[in-house]
Ligand binder design. Sequence first.
Ligand code: BG6
Length: 487
Amino acid sequence: MRGDTFDMVIFGGAGDLATRKLIPALYYLNKDGQIQGSSRILCTGRSAMDQAAMRDHAAGACRQYVRDSDLDDAALRAFLERLDYVKLSADDAGDFAQLADQLNRQDPDRCRVFFLATAPKLFATICEGLAGAGLNTPQARVVLEKPLGSDLQSATEINQRVGAVFSEDQVFRIDHYLGKETVQNLMALRFGNALFEPLWRRTNINDVQITLAEQVGLEGRAGYYEHTGAMRDMIQNHLLQLLCIVAMEPPTATEANAVRDEKLKVLRALKPLSGQAAIRDTVRGQYRAGAINGQAVPGYLDEDGVEPDSRTETFAVIKAHIDTWRWAGVPFFLRTGKRLAERRAEIVINFRPVPLNIFGADLGDLPANRLVIRLQPDEGVSLNVLAKQPGPAMRLKPVSLRLDFARTFKVRPLDAYERLLTEVIRGNLTLFMRNDELEAAWRWVDPILAAWKDDGDRPRGYNAGSWGPSSAVSLLAREGFAWHEEV
Ligand code: BG6
């Protein structure tokens, strides 16, 4: 981004995402000298706010979400200098004309980023508003936050309407998991080492587990979450994107379409799940009251803004299969949930056991090798192998070869949004979803959601602070598998 001057307009500029993620990320980028010259950041929203109020709000966001050790007064002042606020209603052409005036007053040809941190139902209207005011110039980029739509039909409609005014290479669909350091590292691990590729297939891999477990609950977002649930909030996007990076064939380059073509092939090869098969191979849960780190927390149905008979799932497991020569028959267990025992995001690759135990029957079955890619917390990679315990007897013990990123590299890892915003300014689409990827993901998810809707059962209850309903364990156990934390 060095050397590039740009204007960034954040729609929903004082909203939740902007406050918690975008403003702090932009503060860091500015402090690191990544935001150059007279670049400006304009926040928009429907409420009447002036520049001073916006700057106060942004200062508050930085104080709350930037690490104390990284916050300094001079850097904060310099960052706030770039901020302004423009009142704008998504359906008011006059407001867009004023925005265009303000942007055109200074260097009409500079790169412009329109970040839509709003509800997806406004995406198309805002893009049409921008086009109506002549702001869909070739140097413009539009950033859309997930979830894009609530099903295939709504996602297709958004893609079509946005696509009518912006070309596909101007559209950056964010899935912030793709910006996480360890996800990038998974690419490095798979395609920068010759070691794994020959093993990375059904002949050597027993099962793959992808877990995005959270301890947080609703965080005041009932209005959003009640209509979204774990499937639309996490699985349709974050989990499926991780699955793609684990399962895709080696791309020929890291160039955007080379990577996205391979991810698309994985999404298209997902074995469809619908009707009774979808009920059999999935679990939905909803948290009850319980305790997180020793602190009592209410159940989902008692959270503010939740319907008393809500069926929204706060936990989900899916047993997915990928119908390709590489992966046929290997289950990919996808799991996510709120109010779980730990905050843990990880990808676990369980290898097949050795074909014969030559060390004696008294040792029983030898545990198989396992590769764990930990996204958070404590980013790292560990490989479990068996080693001989020192001593006269031939005793084998599982040990772990570990790479701890914080210890090894000793630099502050970029936050996902810092990286993604940098990539938007650079115009690099590799870490963003293409429209066909998004639609393929919805095409797989829709029939599962339909099966859940038709099913008479409610989501299974689980205690806050647990690992989800017991059926999440039995789903694996009935075929001889077990979750990573149980073994
Ligand atoms: C967001 C979801 O996309 O990801 C949230 O909307 C979830 O519900 C969040 O809490 C998790 O992200 P992270 O980076 O904290 O794991």
